[in-house]
Write a protein that binds this ligand. Structure first.
Ligand SMILES: Nc1ncnc2c1ncn2[C@@H]1O[C@H](COP(=O)(O)OP(=O)(O)OP(=O)(O)O)[C@@H](O)[C@H]1O
Ligand SMILES: [Mg+2]
Length: 312
């Protein structure tokens, strides 16, 4: 079987980044009447699309999928024209309301587009799948590009910060926030990988060639160690960070990587001795007991059992 376009060593990321022409065409042909179309609250999906069929004072009669319903005027939100369907930056929407924002994010997400801008913010929705959107090929697509030249991506935000640092000679910071399992740790790793790539002091011999020892690789490789000691399985996330961190990456005047340091806060130490049902302690304990390093258990762990309390 020939390899699929989106697989292999250098997969095509197009369908995970751009709204296809076919999608655009379909969106444009949707019927739309700006005076009648409205978003109304709905239990199942938070909001649903409806058509205003009449008004009675402060009340509006709306035709929705399961018949006609009456809503208060202020429960109804305006619907954007089709040209804004799956738009890349929601600050451009004519009507900026909760329903329109949620609809736009959902429409993009169900079409495998996980990044969307909202002004200065970049919203990322966890795909729970590995899309080929973090490959060296994609990194190259974003280097030195302005926001309106490329589709929304964490790499674009990273490149913006890198360029602003070089142009304005000022420190830059990025806030990555969201609920547990939202993708903060994953996106942080992508930012670090991007910075390591654009600020690399040494050219990699070949793509995929694992070279040890250079600074950019060392910075990227700190993560598995940190996660082993600070991340654990919870009911919301198999790799939940049980500590906060501030990662500082240093660059030289020409933009080459110079080093990195990490401050950590508030490690959830209690997890070492007690976990909720279905949760686990820090990964490191399971890794040590996995037998992957054949002599580890015999040489160290068994001998230290009676002294465990010293380490807790
Ligand atoms: N962009 C992504 N691509 C593929 N998988 C992802 C992506 N973002 C998140 N995931 C998946 O979701 C899981 C949870 O994401 P992550 O650990 O980044 O959440 P978090 O926001 O750091 O949560 P916590 O607050 O619990 O630490 C990841 O282990 C990964 O399997
Ligand atoms: Mg995390």
């Amino acid at each position: 079987m020939p390899p699929k376009k989106d697989m292999g060593p250098d997969p095509d990321p197009t369908q995970y980044l751009f709204v296809s022409l076919e999608m655009k065409r379909q969106d444009q042909t949707k019927p739309y009447d700006g005076k009648k179309a409205t978003w109304v609250p709905c239990e199942k999906d938070s909001y649903q699309l409806g058509e205003i069929t009449g008004t009675k004072g402060d009340l509006v009669v709306v035709k929705v999928a399961d018949g006609e319903k009456t809503f208060k005027k202020d429960q109804c939100s305006q619907v954007n024209p089709p040209k804004y369907e799956k738009c890349e930056d929601m600050s451009n929407l004519t009507y900026l309301n909760d329903a329109s924002v949620l609809w736009n994010l959902k429409a993009r997400y169900t079409n495998q587009l996980i990044y969307t801008y909202s002004g200065l913010f970049c919203v990322a929705i966890n795909p729970y799948k590995r899309f080929p959107i973090y490959t060296p090929r994609v990194i190259k697509m974003y280097i030195g590009k302005r926001r309106n030249e490329v589709p929304p991506h964490i790499f674009c935000i990273s490149d913006g910060a890198y360029m602003d640092m070089l142009t304005n000679h000022e420190n830059q910071s990025m806030l990555i926030t969201g609920e547990s399992g939202a993708g903060k740790t994953e996106n942080t790793k992508k930012v670090i990988a991007y910075m390591a790539s654009v600020g690399a002091s040494t050219k990699k011999a070949k793509e995929g060639d694992v070279k040890k020892g250079n600074l950019e690789d060392q910075i990227v490789q700190t993560n598995p160690v940190l996660e082993a000691f600070g991340n654990a399985k919870t009911t919301r996330n198999d790799n939940s960070s049980r500590f906060g961190k501030f990662i500082r990456i240093h660059f030289g005047t020409s933009g080459k990587l110079a080093g990195a340091d990490i401050e950590t806060y508030l490690l959830e130490k209690a997890r070492v001795i007690s976990q909720q049902a279905l949760e686990r302690s820090y990964h490191i304990f399971y890794q040590m007991m996995s037998g992957r390093l054949p002599n580890l258990k015999g040489q160290y762990i068994n001998k230290l059992v009676d002294r465990y309390h010293n380490f807790i």
